[in-house]
Design a protein around this ligand. Structure first.
Ligand code: 2BA
Length: 109
């Protein structure tokens, strides 16, 4: 069994949650915050058998959309990332960042 940790943009959260239910995947959604943008995103935990991993990856890809976001990076004393200038920069957000790990044991009680 695999456990997929999948970080997605807040705007894609509901679409992915609905698609997971429709496709019969079981998941847990955790509200999370990106370390760079400090904006809310969502982290899905999805436990799947190995033969469901590729269908799950396809579902995630179909339901996440990459978009550009221009951010104003303030001075370090504002509590933002160290070493960045004050010029606006464009970052790509959306899409999904996923980590797939092996599950040693799964049980319900
Ligand atoms: P954030 O950390 O808020 O990052 C949002 C987006 O900002 C990133 O999108 C990337 O395009 C950009 N970005 C991040 N760090 C940067 C930096 N040091 N310099 C310039 N641009 C930077 P994604 O790469 O798609 O990541 C989306 C979210 O996924 C991240 O939100 C974070 O919550 C999570 N994530 C990404 N990589 C991770 C990792 N290696 N470990 C844990 N979480 C990760």
């Amino acid at each position: 069994m695999k456990l997929v940790f999948c970080v997605v943009h807040q705007r894609d959260k509901n679409r992915i949650a609905e698609a997971l239910v429709r496709a019969g995947f079981k998941s847990t959604v955790i509200g999370s915050t990106g370390g760079f943008l400090r904006e809310g995103n969502a982290t899905f935990l999805v436990g799947v058998e190995e033969d469901q991993l590729e269908p799950l990856k396809a579902l995630i890809q179909e339901n996440c959309h990459l978009r550009d976001q221009v951010i104003n990076v303030g001075p370090p004393e504002a509590g933002l990332a160290v070493g960045l200038t004050q010029d606006p920069i464009t970052v790509q957000v959306g899409g999904a960042v996923a980590f797939v790990v092996n599950v040693d044991e799964f049980y319900r009680c």
